[in-house]
Design a protein around this ligand. Structure first.
Ligand code: NAD
Length: 477
């Protein structure tokens, strides 16, 4: 078999330890890999590279299109960008797939039989990282949800369910609050879901949804959700299987794929040789299937099951009553290697077949009809210290516009606001058209605000699409 080129990064924290263990097992199992190693993470950030990856490393990723990545530590503050987010977005890895399985009775868990897959949208939502401090007291983080982004991840979830013999797909959103953003995701779920009559569908508001996952995980099969919710819910789900150290994941796009553990760089245990390499190893099993080395994937996964059921456990899952031997990272790898070629007797052995598994190929996005878009007003945000009345008295509406309301943190405070509403220094003045509206009228309004000695900090245009309001009303409006 010819060798498959892959790019490997050892990361930092426990990254190098668990990567060594994983590669030892893959080599011993006969994986045919031509490894190109790149450096990412702490060492690269320390050299002042803001996104934690050198330009030259992209060449390797573009060449191999397959990335086995150990966790890295994201520096807090200092303007550094999350490397994980950069890689996912730069390579178009729109789907993050996280299987969460319990290994009862060999790993202590309250939920025997748990077997769910979380499919998380990987590029949009608050992870766009678009943040601005607009006044002394107020910062903003933009949540962006697109129709094509939602359509792609929802379709991926249904296609994944079909391809993997799964019965149900659950959508988790918060559309009781984010009626437009999460409402769009939910609507797309309902629309695409109609094309999959063979798959059961349901949906939860994310808060009760996560609570249910934590209390009754066996009710779930495939979950599809937005980026932030998916991040939180998959840590909850993998933790209740017994340890966050057991979760592997893959990030897939049309051309590239990245395989990793669910957990982070665990600085609290790094350098001690005690980390569980299972998460990264299970990520590597997904990778072996992706590159068509399914026989090796089967061998590694079965040897790993056998190691677990033989009671050879790392500290995070060690239980004096269930386990037989407590081992470190290297000891665990040696135990898996010693069992290559064996099959588990208690767990169901896996068989991934022999051929190259084609990744999921999604149909093109649905064609969309262009909607009419009409400008009907503008929200102009102003930095101001004072009362709503004093602000309103200083603003003169430009010709063709009328100041309709003033809101503060999403609550209407003028006219007829509640005197008890706390007001920050960040005000939204909503202007609606009284005549045929143009962008020039918004420019005239900004000029009028400036001339009144006020500081505008941003403008959001108000549109209607095919006559439907494309903005929310303020609370109390
Ligand atoms: P973490 O997942 O690193 O650790 C959480 C807890 O789980 C710790 O107590 C840790 O000891 C334990 N743990 C994690 N992996 C383990 C393993 N393999 N074996 C045994 N125990 C394990 O989460 P954190 O502490 O919140 O984050 C640490 C750093 O990792 C942060 O800088 C964060 O940004 C980064 N991070 C990176 C990734 C990634 O690279 N994909 C993902 C998540 C977090």
């Amino acid at each position: 078999m010819s060798k498959t080129p892959i790019t490997v990064a050892r990361g930092d924290g426990i990254g190098p330890e668990i990567m060594d263990a994983t590669l030892d097992i893959l080599n011993a199992a006969g994986a045919q890999l031509d490894i190109e190693e790149i450096e990412i993470g702490e060492a690269v950030y320390t050299r002042g590279i803001q996104n934690g990856i050198e330009e030259s490393s992209w060449d390797s990723l573009r060449r191999t299109k397959v990335f086995l990545k150990a966790p890295i530590t994201t520096p807090q503050g200092g303007g550094f960008k999350s490397l994980n987010v950069t890689v996912r977005k730069s390579l178009g890895l729109y789907a993050n797939v996280r299987p969460c399985v319990s290994y009862h009775p060999y790993v202590e868990t309250n939920f025997p039989g748990m077997d769910m897959v979380i499919i998380r949208e990987n590029e949009e939502d608050l992870y766009a990282g678009i943040e601005h401090r607009q006044t002394q007291d107020v910062v903003q983080s933009l949540k962006l949800i697109s129709r094509p982004g939602s359509e792609r991840i929802v379709r991926y979830a249904f296609e994944y369910a079909r391809a993997n013999g799964r019965k149900k797909v659950t959508c988790m959103i918060k559309d009781n609050i984010m009626k437009m953003a999460d409402g769009l995701f939910h609507r797309v779920f309902d629309e695409i879901g109609e094309e999959y009559p063979d798959i059961e569908k349901d949906h939860y508001i994310i808060d009760i949804g996560i609570a249910r996952v934590a209390a009754r995980p066996n009710d779930f099969d495939v979950i599809v959700t937005e980026n932030l919710y998916g991040d939180i819910i998959s840590d909850v789900a993998v933790e209740i299987t017994g340890s966050v150290g057991l979760g592997g994941s893959c990030n897939v796009g049309d051309d590239f794929a990245m395989f990793e553990a669910v957990h982070g760089s665990a600085p609290d245990i790094s350098g001690k040789g005690i980390a569980n390499p299972s998460g990264l190893l299970l990520g590597a099993v997904l990778m072996l299937n992706h590159i068509g080395q399914s026989e090796v994937a089967t061998k590694v996964h079965n040897a790993w099951f056998k190691t677990l059921e033989d009671g050879i456990h790392t500290g995070d899952i060690y239980d004096a009553e269930l386990s037989k031997e407590k081992v470190g990272t290297e000891g665990f790898a040696a135990a898996v290697i010693a069992r290559l070629g064996q099959t588990p007797s208690q767990f169901k052995a896996v068989d991934y077949g022999s051929g190259a598994k084609e990744g999921l190929k999604l149909p093109p996005l649905k064609p969309r009809k262009t909607q009419s878009k009409e400008l009907v007003g503008a929200d102009i945000f102003i930095n101001f210290d004072g009362t709503p009345e004093s602000l309103a008295s200083r603003i003169k509406a430009a010709e063709g516009l009328e100041l309709q309301i003033i809101a503060n943190r999403g609550v209407k405070v003028w006219p007829n606001g509640h005197p008890d509403t706390f007001c920050s220094d960040h005000w939204c003045c909503r202007f609606q058209k009284t005549a045929l509206m143009s962008h020039d009228m918004i420019i005239a309004q900004l000029q009028a605000i400036k001339d009144a000695g006020l500081e505008f900090i941003k403008v959001e245009n108000l549109y209607e699409f095919d006559g439907e309001r494309g903005y929310t009303l303020a609370q109390g409006q």
